[in-house]
Ligand binder design. Structure first.
Ligand SMILES: Cc1cc2nc3c(=O)[nH]c(=O)nc-3n(C[C@H](O)[C@H](O)[C@H](O)COP(=O)(O)O)c2cc1C
Length: 479
């Protein structure tokens, strides 16, 4: 990310990489959602920019899948755009380690102030918000959003990506997991019978989406991380109604208030696992008081559609890097790669590649990878492979699973671990509870590792030589 890049400059850059498709005339009822899901089945997944949306003026746009490929994530994070998935995880780890937080600066002016609508003139239905899936409970304006709150006593600012459903032209509902920081801020104030002012940016540079959905420690302001990424403080305006900081070059920001006791049913919404796993429930209503937007605004959509999906692509990189960090911090040696498979929404199926150094090493790596903070919330399977296996290659991992496991002895089951309410295998009443985990050692057995059958087939060197000599005939690609 370069200095103060906004969503528009990001689209220009992504277009130069050939990463954007343009759709004209789609309907906001189901069509934009379905097109996004069809695009998500492509490899790599392109971003999709919708314009001339049914019932809306030309120029009122929405973009999805901005973080749906390694090249677009690289563009967003200011990294080289020619890396493989495996290389990117390692490169991102190095970059993340070198980043130092840079707090935002307040400015007086910015493109977001091009339109400021207040009071009775507020009408959030003026934006082309999709009804993403056929069975959703409403139109979700917040999917790739930044939900901005202030800690009521300590004053620090949190940004979280939480789903936001439109109730009517002047109110929305928000669904936040109790452990998430925005919920803690809101509940603290409401418990004292105080109203809470919040701001919701629904269009901005994709870095804000990625950072808003990264898990940082309580008390950490995500603006500082975006500042670190772009190498300069984020320029923020003070919201006219809330006083909350909002990016000066955001596309659309809704400012509102949550009042004690004001709740309404929110949901259901197709969630990241690919199911409607949690039933609708009463959630706080945000009464919108002010709307700020640029001319010809662009909503940033990131619907948590059934994988393959954007949310599972970019979070695979950042979560894999964090699990790798946790393994190293716990003293596990020889880690050569980590991957959070997008089929599991980058949470449920994690793979660790190690160079086995001692008996029990694979088990140690698997247990820690399954229970470290970055993974513990919702993983189901952790597979440990040898380092000749590329953990980002589904085929190689399945080959290791088929040829280097003995189900009776190499699968460890952990019981009574955490369960997410989004887990489709959870109790039908959405009550959550516990879930089990499987740690699978898909490695050559350490006790006779030297006697494990030699792998058949050409060596890498021979394959490379054949590729150079005959690649034009077979268009061979190394897996
Ligand atoms: C596309 C997308 C949608 C999300 N929707 C929600 C949501 O509706 N509610 C929620 O609590 N978390 C949601 N998350 C997860 C949070 O954004 C994530 O856990 C984040 O780290 C929470 O930030 P916080 O700890 O600062 O509250 C979503 C993540 C993504 C990528």
């Amino acid at each position: 990310m370069t200095k103060q890049n906004d969503l528009r400059s990001w689209i220009e850059e992504a277009d130069k990489l050939g990463e954007v498709r343009y759709v004209d005339g789609a309907h906001w009822v189901h069509e934009m959602g379905a097109i996004t899901e069809i695009a998500s089945e492509m490899d790599p997944m392109p971003a999709v920019l919708f314009n001339n949306i049914k019932d809306y003026p030309s120029g009122y746009r929405l973009i999805t899948n901005t973080l749906a490929s390694v090249r677009k994530v690289a563009l967003t994070f200011g990294m080289p755009t020619n890396l493989s998935n495996r290389e990117f995880v390692a490169a991102w780890r190095e970059k993340a380690k070198s980043l130092r937080p840079i707090p935002p600066v307040t400015v007086k002016d910015g493109p977001l102030l091009e339109n400021v609508i207040e009071g009775k003139d507020v009408d959030i239905l003026k934006f082309p918000t999709p009804k993403w899936h056929e069975h959703d409970g409403g139109r979700y304006i917040g999917t790739g959003d930044m939900f901005i709150t202030r800690e009521p006593d300590e004053g620090w600012i949190n940004i979280g990506t939480y789903r936001v459903m439109i109730h009517d032209e002047k109110s929305v509902g928000v669904h936040i997991a109790p452990a998430h920081h925005g919920s803690m801020h809101i509940r603290k104030a409401l418990a004292r019978n105080e109203s809470v002012k919040v701001a919701i940016s629904v269009g901005h540079h994709p870095a804000f989406l990625s950072v808003g959905s990264m898990e940082f420690p309580y008390g950490y302001c995500e603006y500082d991380f975006v500042g670190a990424l772009q190498g300069a403080p984020v320029e923020v305006l003070q919201g006219p109604y809330t006083g909350l900081p909002m990016p000066a070059n955001a596309e659309i920001v809704l400012e509102g208030e949550i009042v004690p006791g004001s709740v309404k049913f929110e949901g259901p919404f197709g969630e990241w696992t690919g199911y409607y796993a949690s039933p609708p429930k009463e959630d706080p209503i945000v009464h919108i008081k002010t709307v700020l937007h640029r001319n010809d605004p662009i909503i940033l959509g990131a619907p948590p559609v059934r994988p393959p999906a954007e949310h599972a692509v970019y979070r695979a990189f950042t979560r894999a890097a964090r699990i790798w960090d946790a393994l190293e911090a716990a003293g596990v040696p020889g880690v050569k790669g980590v991957w959070c498979h997008p089929a599991g929404g980058s949470r449920m199926l994690n793979i660790v590649a190690i160079e086995q150094k001692f008996a029990g090493h694979a088990k140690q790596a698997g247990l820690i990878a399954a229970q470290c903070q970055a993974a513990a919330y919702a993983n189901r399977y952790t597979i440990v492979v040898d380092d000749d296996i590329d953990p980002t290659s589904t085929f190689q991992v399945l080959w290791a699973l088929c040829t280097r496991t003995d189900p009776a002895t190499t699968i460890e089951i952990i019981t009574r671990a955490m369960r997410t309410t989004d887990d489709p295998m959870g109790p039908p009443d959405g009550s959550g509870g516990f879930a089990s985990r499987a740690i699978i050692e898909a490695c050559r057995p350490y006790e006779w590792i030297d006697k494990f059958p030699r792998i058949s087939g050409p060596s890498l060197e021979l394959k490379q030589e054949m590729h150079e000599k005959y690649g034009h005939v077979f268009e061979m690609q190394h897996r």
